[in-house]
Design a protein around this ligand. Sequence first.
Ligand code: MN
Length: 128
Amino acid sequence: MTVKTILYVEDNEVNRRIVQDLLRRTSYRLIEAPDGEAGLEMARRERPDLILMDIQLPKISGIEATRTLRREPATAAIPIIAITSFALAGDEQKAKEAGATAYLAKPYSPRDLLEMIRKLVPEGGGAA
Ligand code: MN
């Protein structure tokens, strides 16, 4: 059984806790980074199977981090779900242009996020 690793780049602790709870009963392994700079470092080091990228981040924005990951061969193919802010018009367009695979506007339902994750990166597991 292959464990799939998800990197969540998010500065808001409450949001991180929600995703921790969401993934606790799945087989996904969750790793986290609190800002764009740490997120880039962790993506390069861990090569996660999927990245959840908040857009409003300290140090390096989610847009810039996404652009950088897409430029680097080692991370270029990793699916990225951009977590955009519903209140900030233009975020989705910017995320798309930066190379995000999909996006979800805050506030989102955790169930929708899990569905999106499962679509992009099916949970590992042997055949039944
Ligand atoms: Mn944020």
